[in-house]
Design a binder for this molecule. Structure first.
Ligand SMILES: CC(C)(COP(=O)(O)OP(=O)(O)OC[C@H]1O[C@@H](n2cnc3c(N)ncnc32)[C@H](O)[C@@H]1OP(=O)(O)O)[C@@H](O)C(=O)NCCC(=O)NCCS
Length: 209
């Protein structure tokens, strides 16, 4: 198990209730805060070509940053002061967020909840409240589904009665993750971020499932 002291923590007023929620939900599979102890496994996943960003391959740039200064990489990973770079190169401010690593004794992937305080609205460049990416060698074990479900009570703590989650219409695995977690299809349309892609939009009640 990863040591919690010294872990990078999300910058949020609800960080403590969120940690309490996660403590009650561990069962072999955990969502953990990015940590210096887990960083070698995270870097190994990047070396194998995995990217935590589904819209832009960030594996090489993140590896370079980790090699340069691991502590600074972790600080930046949870900082609201570091902008998000979109696929078209635009830099946009980061929303308040809770970033986690999936962990089953080993690094399995990453997920995050992002939101704006006091509203369920998201800016156009943010295509959903929750995103996830599982390393290829840990897929098909239910980890994305578990992660999404574990984030719903955290979203509730942040005041969201429902969350928006999207996936490409040809991403059957992600569509199944969303639907089996209570996702109700609310729309289908062109992706605002990737030309030629069609995005399915779902809403999930945070009391689900
Ligand atoms: C999508 C992704 C997160 C799923 O992760 P996962 O941990 O393998 O998902 P789960 O094990 O929880 O499985 C989810 C469902 O998809 C199904 N599934 C898994 N791989 C599949 C595939 N290649 N094609 C179709 N269905 C698939 C599973 O059988 C399961 O369905 P079920 O609940 O009806 O049995 C993972 O494939 C991934 O990281 N992909 C790249 C990044 C990405 O697409 N992120 C989501 C962006 S919206």
């Amino acid at each position: 198990m990863l040591r919690r002291n010294g872990c990078a923590q999300p910058q949020d007023r609800n960080a403590e209730p969120v940690r309490d929620l996660l403590r009650t939900m561990r069962n072999g599979f955990e969502l953990v805060s990015p940590s210096i102890e887990g960083l070698p496994q995270y870097a190994a996943a990047l070396e194998r070509g995995w990217s935590p960003d589904n819209l832009r391959d960030v594996s090489q740039e993140q590896l370079a940053a980790i090699r340069k200064d691991p502590e600074a990489f972790l600080r930046d990973a949870v900082s609201l002061d570091v902008p998000v770079i979109l696929p078209d190169g635009r830099k946009v401010p980061r929303l308040p967020f809770h970033p986690f690593w999936m962990w089953d004794g080993e690094f399995c992937g990453s997920t995050s909840l992002r939101f704006q305080h006091g509203t369920e609205e998201l800016p156009p460049h943010c295509t959903g409240h929750i995103g996830y990416a599982v390393v290829p060698w840990k897929r098909g074990r239910g980890y994305a589904t578990k992660s999404l479900r574990m984030l719903l009570p955290i979203a509730r703590v942040e005041g969201l009665a429902r969350v928006m989650v999207t996936c490409d219409d040809d991403n059957e695995a992600s569509r199944r993750v969303i639907v089996s977690s209570g996702g109700k299809l609310a729309g289908r349309g062109p992706s605002p971020l990737v030309n030629g892609k069609t995005l399915l939009t779902f809403w999930i009640d945070t009391n689900e499932p």
